[in-house]
Design a protein around this ligand. Structure first.
Ligand code: SAH
Length: 485
């Protein structure tokens, strides 16, 4: 961070502006919005400033800048069109430890002014350390459009209510949940939409009732949100998943959840890794179930985060059965399953009018006693079969398909760490894929796609993690959508 962002209270505080032109006038206007007592030193003044001097809003010192003008000032802005004068002001201010901004000159400035979105008391400030002013302005425009006009009204009301809520709801966790529900709830949306007004009797009444209800119930009951985190790229999270990550007190996550996704969680949420260790799956699963129940009973909002979709080879159903048996409230947020994510990022359409009229998701845990797979069905042409957890039994799977009549030359692909910057795609046939995968040293997590559609990777691949054109294209797209060009 090149600059430390702070918000400064300037109400009634003396501030000096050097220069009396149009730029100075703009700066003075924003300082006045913050309630500062502005003195302007300049031999001559812009018309709008002359008016302000006339009404006594600002004080004019008709002179060249002198170091004495800095006496007791909280801030200084130099806005003359002479660099030497600006540099002199900056130098003097620095020597007296008074923060100084020189308009459009970051070398001479101690502080810079961000682009702002003003929904007072909510103020959003955006800055790029002076590197990209146009980008910051675009972002500000986006935020202007995105933040409700009456956001300030809501924040002001919350400010008035804070002491009451604090008195009535003892527990800090319950208080936070009250506020989250308050801001997400019907009261807030009515207020933002202007359906009720700040000083309406009805509003007061509804607030008192809501607080009373929360206080009477004591700590709100806990709940579990079972969330699909997708295959790795955080861009594939749903908005609901993001919200669950932001609202959680505790997050229980698996091995397949990428660190980029976890980074989107609320900062002070407790994060617990419950990834399974091979061979101990059963024991660990019971431990996870117990933990979920215990945390929810403590009143926590638990986010149970699983790779891909929680209902596809994710044991999501088993965990919910336990919660249901204990009467714990839960929700499910679906995620992009590995088959959909890996296929998209590998340029392999899972169905295709020519090659695949049917699609099956199969568990690759299918050796020896656990082999309950209908190989005969899967070995018929005209379909795609996606094997999850199949890497360890790759040769077995390819062999069984051949035994049941699928041609040796039938296409297949393995995708390692799909949708992530480390993604690798190996394509081949039932005859040679096993060897190619071994030679490439492919590791888990990896997904096997069997079907003629795998051949389309050659022409349709677009995402290349190794920094080829495809990847740059994807990045650039992301940036431009951000600034709205
Ligand atoms: N619930 C998950 C699947 C869990 S089973 C989902 O819907 O995607 C775990 C298997 O999923 C792994 O063995 C692997 O076959 C596959 N998998 C999950 N994420 C993957 C990724 N990013 N790349 C490749 N395979 C992945």
């Amino acid at each position: 961070m090149d600059y430390f962002p702070i918000f400064l209270r300037l109400t009634g505080e003396p501030v000096l502006v050097v220069g009396g032109g149009e730029v100075a006038a703009r700066k003075i206007a924003s300082l006045q919005r913050a309630g500062a007592k502005v003195s302007v030193v300049a031999p001559e003044l812009h018309d709008s400033l002359v008016r302000k001097v006339g009404t006594g809003e600002i004080v004019h010192l008709a002179a060249e800048f002198q170091p004495e003008h800095l006496h007791r000032k909280r801030l200084v802005i130099a806005a003359t069109d002479k660099r030497a004068v600006n540099a002199w002001v900056a130098h003097q201010a620095e020597s007296q430890n008074i923060p100084v901004n020189v308009v459009d000159d970051r070398e001479l400035s101690r502080f810079i002014m961000p682009a702002i979105v003003d929904r007072s008391p909510v103020v959003v400030a955006v800055a790029s350390s002076g590197d990209a002013p146009v980008l910051t302005r675009r972002l500000r425009e986006k935020l202007e459009g995105f933040l409700p006009q009456r956001l300030g009204v809501l924040a002001r009301l919350a400010g008035r209510l804070r002491p009451v809520v604090k008195r009535r709801i003892d527990d800090a966790g319950a208080r936070r949940r009250f506020w989250e529900r308050f801001f997400d709830g019907p009261l807030a949306s009515d207020l933002l939409a202007g359906r009720v007004h700040e000083h309406d009797q009805e509003l007061e009444q509804r607030i008192v009732e809501t607080i009373g209800l929360t206080a009477a119930k004591g700590a709100a009951p806990g709940e579990v949100v079972l969330v699909g985190a997708g295959p790795g790229d955080p861009g594939l999270l749903t908005l609901r998943a993001l919200r669950a990550l932001q609202n959680a007190d505790v997050i229980l996550y698996d091995r397949l959840v990428s660190s980029e996704v976890l980074d989107l969680a609320r900062r002070d949420a407790q994060k617990i890794y419950v990834g399974k260790t091979a061979g101990k799956a059963h024991v660990v699963q019971e431990g996870i179930n117990e933990l979920l129940v215990r945390l929810a009973r403590e009143g926590k909002r638990v986010c149970r985060l699983k790779g891909g979709d929680p209902f596809i080879f994710g044991r999501g159903g088993e965990e919910l059965e336990v919660l249901a048996a204990h009467g714990i409230r839960f929700e499910v947020v679906p995620g992009v399953t590995a088959a959909a994510g890996c296929a998209a990022y590998a340029g392999i359409p899972l169905t295709h009018r020519e090659h695949a009229q049917m699609l099956t998701f199969v568990t690759g845990h299918c050796k020896g006693e656990t082999d309950k797979v209908d190989w005969e069905m899967l070995a018929r042409p005209g379909q795609t079969a996606v094997f999850y957890m199949g890497l360890g039994h790759l040769d077995h799977i390819l062999g069984r398909l051949r035994e049941h009549g699928l041609a040796v030359g039938h296409a297949a692909a393995v995708i390692e760490q799909g949708t992530q910057s480390s993604q690798r795609v190996i394509t081949g046939t039932l005859g040679d894929l096993g060897q190619k995968v071994t030679e490439a040293g492919i590791q888990s997590p990896a997904l096997l796609i069997v079907g003629e559609v795998a051949r389309l990777h050659d022409t349709l691949h677009w995402f290349n993690a190794a920094g080829s054109d495809g990847k740059r294209f994807a990045d650039r797209d992301g940036l431009w959508s951000l600034v709205g060009t």
